[in-house]
Design a protein around this ligand. Sequence first.
Ligand code: FE2
Length: 169
Amino acid sequence: MQKKATKSLEDMFLDGLKDIYYAEKKILKTLPRMAKGAESEEVAAAFEKHREQTEEQVERLEQIFESMDKPARGKTCPAIDGIIEEGSEILSDYKDAPALDAGLVGAAQAVEHYEIARYGTLIAWAEQLGMKDALQLLRKTLQEEMETDEVLTKLGEQGVNERAMREAA
Ligand SMILES: [Fe+2]
């Protein structure tokens, strides 16, 4: 074990990579459950599309591990475990309720915002470390996460939230 005082930004980058690798794999497993649980087809389709993107995002991370000559290994990320746990609670607490999709969209946005924060930091560190290839891969994923977040915002605006109100009335 390296002494704490000698740990570098590269070590921190690698730790961050392991964190988001764990998170992406967990998200990959969770998205089909969320798609299956969603009431509306649009919400289910958005989750399914993001599941496909997430597969590629996992592969991009594996490429970065490889470029660093490190095994692709995740490190338990309690933050994403908690966010996903909350999403699971919505699935069971709001089953068949009109507000279910609004809750699922909100849970998915919490996931996206976590990822956006993490990828933003990894990009800053990759820049600092001069890791050009990693930078490109991370930016591509960040772009997808931001687009997904926007799609979710629109789904919310276009009726998921409204439906939750109307059908509850
Ligand atoms: Fe992701």
